[in-house]
Design a protein around this ligand. Structure first.
Ligand code: AP5
Length: 219
């Protein structure tokens, strides 16, 4: 099954995509993670993307779309994937349709994680990420066993540059400009499933699974 997760920054797309990918035995593809990897490796893509990401702006479509096209073309996508962070604009949504058509793949469902602003700000300002394995924690909601240390690999946790309050505001503005047209785009294709996502992660995941089952997408 191939699923897109849509939602504002901090909606829990990364958290839910990882959990859902485990349940469905499919792949989690995050354009944010791919971009951050390129930035940390100082690739030409990373160097080009860095300043946009730090400001909370979108990286230009052609850079992100080329990166995603290469990722989707790898054979490990054949057992299904959960796409997190792409598309973010209508032109990306159209580009995705074209990429998938050429690969003879398609999207089964688009889940929109509906989240309120106070919850978003609380989640993003408290997020801490493992420097080594990339797992997300939250200082209150999902704290590590030892302060500042990853439970899984023992590496240090850090705060993302774009998780400062002023950058969060900019990311939310950017998101608001694009989201309604994306929602309409997938609603018209009868692929959109809305999920209330302010609650605890396990509650949201159960809601997603039951929506997918109910929508007879063969979970
Ligand atoms: P990206 O990494 O995709 O960031 P985002 O969309 O802003 O989303 P986040 O990763 O901030 O949040 P999330 O929804 O995944 O939440 P998470 O699960 O981590 O993109 C970063 C940047 O890259 C963009 O600004 C842009 O510059 C660029 N970019 C990426 N894709 C692009 C594209 N297609 N086009 C152009 N540019 C692109 O959860 C957040 C926190 O809350 C965590 O600490 C977590 O532990 C906690 N949490 C999650 N769920 C719950 C819950 N239910 N209850 C309690 N706590 C929770």
């Amino acid at each position: 099954m191939n699923i897109i997760l849509l939602g504002p920054p901090g909606a829990g797309k990364g958290t839910q995509a990882k959990a859902l990918a485990q349940r469905l035995k499919s792949l989690h593809i995050s354009t944010g993670d791919l971009l951050r990897h390129n930035v940390s490796q100082h690739t030409s893509l990373g160097e080009a993307a860095k300043s946009y990401m730090e400001k909370g702006a979108l990286v230009p479509d052609e850079l992100v779309t080329d990166m995603l096209k290469e990722r989707l073309a790898l054979t490990d996508t054949k057992n299904g994937f959960i796409l997190d962070g792409y598309p973010r604009t209508i032109s990306q949504a159209k580009a995705l349709n074209e990429i998938l058509r050429k690969l003879k793949l398609s999207i089964d469902g688009v889940m929109y994680l509906d989240t309120s602003k106070p919850v978003i700000v609380q989640r993003l300002t408290g997020r801490r990420v493992c420097k080594s394995c990339g797992v997300n924690f939250h200082i209150k909601n999902m704290p590590p066993k030892n302060d500042g240390i990853c439970d899984f690999c023992g590496a240090h946790l850090y705060q993302r540059n774009d998780d400062k309050e002023e950058t969060i505001e900019k990311r939310l503005q950017v998101y608001q400009q694009e989201v309604s047209s994306l929602i309409d785009f997938y609603a018209q294709q009868k692929k959109l499933l809305r999920v209330t996502a302010d609650d605890e992660a396990e509650v949201v995941l159960d809601r997603m699974i039951s929506l997918l089952k109910h929508d007879s997408l063969k979970v």
